[in-house]
Design a protein around this ligand. Structure first.
Ligand code: SF4
Length: 79
């Protein structure tokens, strides 16, 4: 798969799994990209602009509930 969109911008996919325990650490770390709704984290999801903060949130999530993949499906975080 082409790792870029039509503008040539690389895209990542960021997913919050069912096992999110609602700790809020990702929201505290990166409130621009994460929020809490009904005790679970939410984020933009697919086709986001790469940002180190997604990686940091995934690496610090106590439940390892955040997964960041590149456009090829390669898992970038948690590491
Ligand atoms: S840090 Fe992990 S467990 Fe905590 S709210 Fe975010 S996704 Fe859920």
């Amino acid at each position: 798969m082409d790792p870029t969109d039509q503008t040539g911008q690389e895209r990542w996919s960021v997913r919050v799994g069912e096992h999110c325990i609602g700790s809020g650490m990702c929201v505290a770390l990166d409130p621009e990209h994460f929020s809490l709704e009904n005790g679970r984290a939410r984020t933009e999801g697919a086709q986001v602009t790469p940002d180190q903060r997604y990686i940091d949130a995934a690496d610090t999530c106590p439940a390892a509930a955040i997964t960041v993949t590149d456009a090829d499906g390669t898992e970038l975080a948690p590491t």
